[in-house]
Design a protein around this ligand. Structure first.
Ligand code: SF4
Length: 140
């Protein structure tokens, strides 16, 4: 099927909205990936998991397909789910872009573009921090 080991396809995408948004940890990610009621794709290039629900997909509004267009992934899509690991990756990549943008020999417009992209990645990481689903703390 040409997918990574994370990419496991299941049926009943109608339940996907239950898990749309940020999630906290790998354990929760495994729970999603192990849920036979969900269709889940790993999208490492966009630092996220796609919990696929065709009706909510922003990557192929006009296509008649039962698979997401991971190469056209939109950060504002309701099918996006991120773990803390994804958020860490966003921040690491933002740092790389910021270092590149600070390189003196870089033309101004390119440096600005890299800096803007870094800002966008940081915003996505911040959004994850605000939106993530917290596991219930044990009560004393
Ligand atoms: S836009 Fe991204 S998250 Fe949304 S359905 Fe397409 S690939 Fe999945």
């Amino acid at each position: 099927m040409g997918q990574s080991r994370w990419a496991r396809m299941f049926h009943a995408a109608a339940q996907a909205p239950t898990f749309a948004g940020s999630i906290r940890a790998h354990r929760q990610a495994r729970g999603i990936l192990g849920n036979p009621a969900l269709t889940v794709y790993d999208n490492p290039r966009s630092f996220l998991m796609c919990v696929y629900n065709r009706d909510r997909a922003l990557c192929h509004r006009l296509d008649v397909t039962d698979a997401p267009r991971l190469d056209r992934c939109q950060p504002s899509c309701a099918n996006v789910a991120r773990t803390d690991h994804h958020a860490d990756q966003l921040l690491q990549h933002a740092q790389v872009l910021e270092r590149q943008a600070a390189f003196e020999a870089l033309p101004g417009p390119l440096a600005e573009r890299l800096a803007r992209r870094a800002d966008q990645l940081r915003e996505l990481a911040d959004r994850h921090e605000l939106d993530r689903i917290h596991t219930q703390e044990p009560t004393a």
